[in-house]
Write a protein that binds this ligand. Structure first.
Ligand code: GLC
Ligand code: CA
Length: 569
């Protein structure tokens, strides 16, 4: 019997509801569509779904601006459909985790409408209001999405604070009523039976008391420009450091950890629930038991190429920083970052590289998170036009490109696509038919479909092709499920000076698994200690499974994935 919790052994699959599947033919994904795909998720072999926000929302930031935490966005369906979706998942042993946005609400949320209605309104203090300073904003803080972090409200003559878009006012978490209201929201969904929450932007929940100026004299647009024009990694890092300094009073305040401990207590009222932080800060693990169960290892993704050296260093740092009993959590893409096929490829071997990278994700110690569409090898949609942009961040970048950098409209479009998030949010490609089967032919999808659905990048064609990316995902997911050491084992790097092959062990008391990933485009050898001699191959991209390796080394083909289990030890 496994002693690990379900969220430690599970593979999560992120559904971005607007782009997943359109069931009622209006060009927008919905619960009807999701319901039709439940069997697909089971067939694929994932164990849990993280659903990006499905709450009522004016959809300025596509659901991350919630106007009612107790309602389903009408374009996504009804509460009954939500419950049915959850029930169908549970019936297939798939868990459901919701996306809880704590830092801010929509500016259309009744709490904010009340709060802004008058200085004496009982909800005034639910948000962060301040009088003007010298006829301008209360301090020099920026919104991470551009412009001042303060928006003036003429009705009461004060400014409100927003870390993100002006339509996303920050809640005042120093007010105990806010905390109670949000804990009620969490309990409401837990009572309905959801299995936990992914916590949006947890680092931004508190601001420095007294709101002191960052006083760097720097401007966010200047950081954008310098980072965009950076020629070296060092220049890029310098721009990042400037960003850190500018936002140092706005993120990762110590108070947030008290709040996380309280929220953990709320969740502990229910058995077996999970909290996953959208943060890479290991402090959110608390002592390993008292804050969040999982926090993303985002540093792993922050490279153009996943190399053995990069991964080893990442693992060494990450695992040593974490509290002893805390469990890692790895991902290679999501609805904010670009798609992994586009991010880590070399332009020549993108498919093979993606296969190696998936093997990495599913064999590293920790809970893996997949993002819908990656299993068929969907790529960033770089063919979008300005008229297609739906992410306000893409439009913001477009303006900066034109006004700040003096780019031509074509150039501005190109860079804005890269900077914005629309490129990785286009509809999931289900079949080789108009609109990729996401919605009917005569309906316009909310974001354009990538045309490569017609070249095999779609679910139906790949289901029928045993050599497809989709079937590769499925095989590897099933292998993981049947190999306890891959789900639960310790991590031990081997052959640590090898620049081509990343070799490591995952081991439990009863099983030792050796993983060797050739991350380079040439054949390469990896060697390991003498006692690892009876290795039975359980998975390889290049050779027959079942073969016994006794030599103490392996010579791998370019981009070969090799996984073996020690026969006797
Ligand atoms: C998180 C979400 C992102 C959103 C932001 C503000 O980073 O992943 O999509 O824009 O929070 O809610
Ligand atoms: Ca729809």
């Amino acid at each position: 019997m496994s002693r690990k919790k379900w969220w430690q052994t599970a593979v999560f699959y992120q559904i971005y509801p607007r782009s997943f599947a359109d069931g009622n033919a209006d060009g927008i994904g919905d619960f009807e569509g999701m319901l039709e795909k439940v069997d697909y998720l089971k067939w694929l072999g994932v164990d849990a779904v993280w659903l990006s926000p499905h709450f009522a929302s004016p959809q300025v930031d596509w659901g991350y601006d919630v106007s009612d935490y107790y309602q389903i966005a009408p374009e996504y369906g009804t509460m009954d459909q939500f419950l049915q979706f959850m029930e169908e998942l549970h019936r297939r042993d798939i868990r459901l985790v919701l996306d809880l946005v704590l830092n801010h609400t929509s500016d259309q949320h009744p709490w904010f409408l009340e709060s802004r209605s008058g200085l004496d309104n009982p909800k005034r203090d639910w948000y962060i209001w301040k009088p003007p300073r010298n006829d301008g904003p209360p301090n020099d803080w920026f919104s991470t999405f551009g412009g001042s972090a303060w928006t003036f409200d003429p009705q009461t003559g004060e400014y409100y604070y927003h870390f993100f878009f002006p339509q996303q006012p920050d809640l005042n978490w120093r007010n105990p009523e806010v905390k109670q209201a949000m804990f009620d929201v969490a309990r409401y969904w837990l009572n309905l039976g959801v299995d936990g929450f992914r916590l949006d932007a947890v680092g931004t929940i508190f601001e420095r008391d007294g709101h002191p100026d960052h006083a760097t004299g720097d401007h966010l647009d200047a950081i954008y420009r310098d980072s965009r024009l950076a020629k070296t990694k060092a220049e890029q890092r310098k721009a990042n450091r400037r960003w850190q300094r500018m936002f140092r009073h706005q993120v990762d305040m110590p108070e947030v950890h008290d709040l996380m401990r309280e929220l953990r207590q709320v969740v502990n009222e229910y058995p077996e629930k999970v909290l996953i932080g959208e943060t890479e800060d290991v402090r959110f693990y608390g002592d390993g038991e008292d804050e969040l169960h999982l926090n993303f290892n985002f540093p792993l993704m922050r490279t153009d190429r996943l190399t053995p050296r990069w991964v080893r260093l990442n693992q060494r740092e990450r695992l040593s920083q974490m509290p002893p009993d805390a469990w890692p959590c790895n991902t290679l893409n999501n609805h904010d970052a670009g798609r992994m096929m586009s991010q880590f490829g070399d332009g020549k071997h993108d498919l093979q590289i993606a296969q190696v990278n998936l093997a990495l994700l599913l064999t590293l110690k920790g809970t893996p998170f997949l993002y819908n569409g990656e299993e068929i090898g969907m790529v960033n949609h770089l063919g979008l036009k300005v008229e297609d942009f739906r992410d306000p961040l893409s439009l913001h970048a477009y303006r900066l490109e034109v006004e700040l950098l003096g780019c031509s409209p074509q150039e501005a479009e190109r860079f804005a696509i890269e900077y914005g998030r629309d490129k990785c949010r286009t509809p999931v490609q289900w079949a080789n038919q108009p609109n990729a089967g996401f919605c009917p032919a005569d309906v316009k999808p909310w974001l354009p479909v990538h045309p490569n659905y017609a070249e095999g990048i779609n679910v139906r064609d790949q289901q029928e092709d045993p050599g497809s990316m989709l079937n590769y995902y499925r095989r590897l997911l099933h292998l993981r499920k049947n190999t306890p050491a891959l789900m639960e084992g310790d991590y031990q790097p081997l052959d640590e000076n090898n620049r081509h092959v990343f070799t490591f062990l995952r081991r439990t008391k009863n099983q030792i698994c050796l993983v060797a990933l050739n991350m380079k485009a040439r054949p390469a050898k990896t060697v390991f200690p003498y006692w690892l001699k009876n290795l039975r191959c359980v998975f390889s991209t290049h050779r027959k499974e079942g073969q016994l390796e006794r030599a103490g080394f392996l010579t791998l083909q370019p981009f070969e994935v090799w996984i073996g289990v020690v026969e006797s030890f």
